[in-house]
Ligand binder design. Structure first.
Ligand SMILES: NS(=O)(=O)c1ccc(NCc2ccco2)c([N+](=O)[O-])c1
Ligand SMILES: [Zn+2]
Length: 268
């Protein structure tokens, strides 16, 4: 075991962090890109925003895989068992996956920021409009196709619910690795209060960057321990076959221009 590890460590020459991907020159539309900095004093309270209604069934949880950008926990979205509605949403949206973005240290890592404050990591719960479309792939190109709930992570006490996920990560260390992962209820990753949020019209933050997302950014963060987040950083961008392994860190996109958009708040 020890000798294998030493052979393994000599093979893994860790290079410095590369930009995750080249920002494309032409972006579809380009006037509602994500992520953004949310300037609190410029956000507009909208009393018509209703409370979010989140209904997740842990039995729809299927697998975890490393797609070379992040690790994704994927849900069975062939029925309306795990959904979100209300809030800024006119329709019902089905949960298809959740993933995170994080930094190489605790000073940064989130994609959105609040008055320029960055967090060490950010959770994205991705849903697609199942009232209007029949597949995620159809919804991802429509302007009202997706709804992503974003939750900031702060370093603090250990998050008991997250630990089951953290324990599964070594099995998906390399890009394209996948393991079965079941009976995980992602509502344990939501803050107690989900009534206070900001919402704005934006895009996917990785290719294809389509402007299909109603963003719902939670005002309240959740806490995870330093050690739990360190396991996220033990993942790799690279597949097992690649000579040079690169740590999966700083997998966030640079912030984009607000371009006249209004960020609404559900609270005063
Ligand atoms: N950081 S995010 O929540 O905006 C985001 C980004 C990309 C994708 N997917 C990339 C994609 C879509 C179609 C083909 O490939 C997803 N997602 O799939 O949930 C979410
Ligand atoms: Zn994301």
């Amino acid at each position: 075991r020890a000798c294998n590890l030493s052979a393994c460590s000599s093979k893994l020459a860790f290079s410095q962090v590369h930009p995750m991907w080249q920002e494309p020159l032409a972006i579809p539309g380009g006037d509602r890109q994500s992520p953004i900095d949310i300037v609190v004093r410029k956000s507009v309270f909208d009393p018509q925003l209703r409370p979010l209604k989140v209904q997740y069934d842990p039995r729809t949880c299927q697998q975890i895989w490393n797609n070379g950008y992040s690790f994704l926990v994927e849900y069975d979205d062939t029925t309306d068992k795990s959904t979100v509605k209300g809030g800024p949403l006119e329709d019902q949206f089905r949960l298809c996956q959740f993933h995170f973005h994080w930094g190489e240290n605790n000073a940064w890592g989130s994609e959105h920021s609040i008055d320029r404050r960055l967090f060490p990591a950010e959770l994205h719960l991705v849903h697609w409009n199942s009232d209007k479309y029949s597949l995620f792939e159809e919804a991802v190109i429509e302007e009202n196709g997706l709804a992503v709930i974003a939750v900031f992570l702060k370093i603090g006490k250990r998050h008991e619910g997250l630990q089951k996920l953290v324990d599964a990560l070594p099995a998906v260390r390399h890009k394209d690795s996948l393991v079965e992962f079941t009976k995980f209820d992602p509502s344990c990753l939501l803050p107690e209060n989900i009534d206070d949020y900001w919402t704005y019209a934006g895009s996917l933050t990785t290719p294809p960057l389509t402007e299909a997302v109603t963003w719902i950014v939670m005002k309240r963060h959740i806490e995870v321990s330093h050690d739990q987040l360190a396991v996220f950083r033990s993942l790799l961008f690279t597949s097992a076959e690649e000579q040079v392994q690169r740590s999966m860190v700083n997998n966030f996109r640079v912030q984009q221009a607000v371009k006249g958009r209004t960020v609404r708040s559900s609270f005063t």
